[in-house]
Design a protein around this ligand. Structure first.
Ligand code: ARG
Length: 375
């Protein structure tokens, strides 16, 4: 069977959505802008929006095809398990840039970030040096209309990436939502943490919990609203952080809920909420979200994680939503990996998030938020 190279199919889709050519595909006739702008358009429910109405970035199918800024964050000062420092190199080796370019996307690899000042030791002061540098880089990339893809590195790097996205969103007057794909809640404080590892604390710090003095460049920063965080895939939580997550009313989809309902219904609810608020969605993807059977290259494996298929479906839904504006891929530890297996799985998943699909097909009605264009 002849298969067209994917890059050409993508280019054709973009042209179609720009209105440069007409297609008989139902997707082309119902612009996905309805979802992106939070409007509810259903065929037959009123005048159909014109091809460019309300559009911010109609050139894309799913995720806007804004250029990607790849930023390596070789950081392991937030964990006691050495090896995550090699994460960015392993992701590049596994073809991260190549798969994205093959999708027809513009990718600039900005190389690895370095901390502001010495970051030799572990712990909060070292993490602070990275946080400042990464916040600056992410804010700058977003300000240039690029989508920052930060490759880690342990999960304390998200202190910087989320802080950068927060600053960008504050200036743009846009609400920021954080989707935390992770086995853990990462809501410990120095007081509740059983390990003292900062990679188990970033969300608590971002939300302004006590014990993080000197971490952020601006001590008067407005903290992240815990109600705009969604933990997804949770299956390991420490006693102290469990109390805090409950008290702060952080939204959680734990593995029990995924077992009962699958990933589609809970994720769809999250995407609907972000779309209705016209929000910026930051996705923080920890390798340990995945089942260790498919991704063993991580220091904090927990059995019973997301399967290969579940993870791909999540990535495809994120792509189709068009809502993701910044992304972290964290905790890959190549020293614990088996011949690059986990790195390869991650690269495949990132490709799905950026639009790689098996076939062009209308998504089943349940796969994308109701009120969005059904594709
Ligand atoms: N992002 C991660 N891998 N976090 C693991 C955290 C594990 C544990 N809850 C701790 O605080 O030490």
């Amino acid at each position: 069977m002849r298969q067209q190279p994917r890059i050409h199919r993508n280019a054709r889709r973009r042209r179609r959505l720009c209105g440069q050519s007409l297609s008989h595909s139902p997707r082309a006739r119902i612009p996905r802008v309805a979802f992106r702008s939070g409007l509810c358009y259903r065929p037959g429910s009123g005048p159909r929006p014109g091809p460019h109405e309300g559009s911010r970035d109609l050139e894309a199918d799913g995720l806007p095809s804004r250029p990607i800024a790849l930023i390596g964050a070789p950081i392991e000062v937030g964990t006691s398990e050495p090896g995550a420092v090699m994460g960015p190199a392993a992701l590049r080796t596994a073809g991260l840039v190549r798969v994205l370019r093959d999708l027809g996307l513009a990718v600039e690899d900005l190389g690895d970030a370095s901390p502001d000042g010495p970051a030799a030791d572990r712990g909060l002061p070292a993490v602070a040096a990275w946080t400042r540098a990464l916040a600056r880089e992410v804010e700058a990339a977003l300000g240039q209309g690029r989508l920052p893809l930060v490759a880690g590195g342990d999960h304390s790097l998200s202190l910087g990436t989320v802080e950068g996205a927060m600053r960008h969103c504050a200036a743009a007057g846009r609400p920021l939502f954080v989707l935390w794909l992770d086995a853990h809640a990462d809501f410990n404080t120095p007081e509740t943490s059983p390990s003292g590892n900062v990679h188990g604390m970033p969300l608590a710090a971002l939300c302004g919990e006590p014990g993080f003095d000197g971490l952020f460049a601006d001590p008067g920063r407005v903290p992240l609203d815990p109600a705009r965080i969604h933990l997804f895939g949770l299956r390991s939580i420490d006693a102290g952080e469990r109390a805090l997550v409950g008290a702060r009313r952080v939204a959680v989809t734990d593995m029990r809920e995924i077992d009962e309902f699958g990933v589609v219904a809970p994720l769809r609810r999250i995407l609907e909420r972000v779309a209705a608020a016209d929000g910026h969605l930051h996705v923080s993807f920890d390798v340990d979200f995945l089942d260790p059977g498919i991704a063993p290259g991580v220091g904090t494996t927990v059995p019973g994680g997301a399967t290969f298929r579940e993870a791909h479906l999540i990535m495809e839904m994120l792509h189709d939503s068009g809502l993701v504006r910044s992304l972290d891929v964290v905790e890959l530890n190549p020293f614990l990996d088996e011949r690059g297996r986990s790195a390869r799985v991650l690269v495949e998943l990132v490709a799905s998030l950026f639009g790689r699909r098996i076939l062009d097909r209308p998504a089943p009605a349940a796969a994308v938020p109701s009120g969005s264009d059904r594709r």
